[in-house]
Design a protein. Structure first.
Length: 349
């Protein structure tokens, strides 16, 4: 029997149980309101800093929860395997190492060198295969059968329960948010936002954000059916999805209010703005929510907005090019007159 979107999501109890595992391995991340971003968007903006998590991205929460349950249910497991563009693989690597479980990760050829290095440093056995994520995932499935390894999916209820903990932190700190914007790769972040909102009984709108160069989830949302779409993004590898996951797509279609597409240029503008306004580093996918907010600035004016800076794992040479790139959006939005009292007024105040 087909599960409903609500049945696919973790409950409040599930999320609370997941939080015990998550906080055994990391502290909550901050949610901060940055004056320059408020000024740029003419709104009250709260940034959830998942770039401050142990692996530099939100995925680590789901990995800890999934691996904790797996280790208890399948002691003596030969090993685990999964596919990733980087952050999911680091999550699996860190969690597997804590339980002494060998981990193999398949990445596309030409994947981020620094994400690959980070995974290897966590003890992961790295396999490069395919030109994009879907080909890597299919190869990982093949290897899981060939080597008798447990295949960790990109989407699973336990992964979402872990991810939901960061949204619970944000929603409990700022329950009056009008809207949150969240990047959609394979959907765990988006599903985590929906699960936490529903668990707390909030009415906050959830807007999904995809790359304009990887439109599978947006097209599937609009057509109300699963649609594959080619991937050509050069900067937002974390949302470079060609084939939507069936379960996360069901949640998206039932629970998300809107899906916005952002171009690579808009993403790079947002990466640069994050650094100028907050001096935080955002990878491409990690800046997608801000890119969408900038695109929707007129509709969001005066609202309370939640943005997830979902990851900061960008190669240094790529980030250097982003910072050197001209950005009228960043320059114009951040150059408002300073509010400084004249010297005489300060003396007499």
């Amino acid at each position: 029997m087909t599960q409903t979107a609500r049945e696919l999501l973790p409950s409040l109890t599930d999320i609370e149980q997941a939080a015990k595992v998550v906080y055994g391995g990391m502290a909550p991340t901050p949610q901060l309101s940055w004056p320059l971003l408020n000024q740029a968007l003419d709104a009250e903006v709260w940034v959830k800093h998942e770039n401050h998590a142990p692996t530099g991205a939100f995925k680590v929460r789901g990995g800890m929860v999934y691996m904790d349950k797996l280790a208890r249910e399948q002691p003596g497991l030969a090993g685990v395997i999964s596919a990733t563009r980087g952050n999911h693989g680091q999550s699996v690597g860190l969690a597997a190492a804590r339980f002494g479980i060998p981990a193999t990760i398949v990445v596309p050829e030409g994947n981020s060198r620094e994400k690959n290095a980070a995974m290897r440093a966590l003890g992961v056995s790295l396999v490069e295969h395919g030109s994009e994520f879907q080909e890597s995932r299919e190869h990982a499935l093949h290897l899981s059968q060939e080597r008798r390894l447990h295949m960790i999916p990109s989407y699973h209820r336990d992964l979402v329960a872990g991810v939901s903990t960061y949204w619970m932190e944000l929603f409990k700190a700022q329950p009056a948010l009008d809207v949150v914007l969240v990047p959609v790769g394979q959907g765990s972040g988006m599903c985590g936002a929906v699960a936490a909102r529903n668990a707390l009984g909030l009415k906050t709108r959830v807007i999904g954000v995809v790359s304009a160069h990887a439109l599978a989830y947006k097209l599937s949302f609009e057509e109300d059916r699963k649609i594959e779409s080619p991937v050509s993004t050069q900067i937002a590898d974390g949302v470079a999805c060609r084939v939507p996951d069936e379960q996360s797509l069901a949640v998206l279609r039932a629970e998300v209010d809107e899906v916005i597409a952002v171009t690579d240029d808009e993403v790079m503008d947002a990466m640069k703005m994050y650094f100028i306004a907050t001096h935080n580093v955002a990878e491409g996918a990690g800046a997608c929510a801000l890119a969408a907010a900038l695109q929707m600035r007129a509709q969001l004016r005066g609202r309370r907005i939640g943005l997830t800076l979902s990851g900061g794992n960008v190669d240094h040479d790529v980030f250097a090019r982003v910072l050197m790139r001209d950005s009228a959006v960043a320059a114009g939005a951040l150059q408002a007159p300073a509010q400084v009292l004249p010297l005489q007024q300060r003396r007499t105040a």
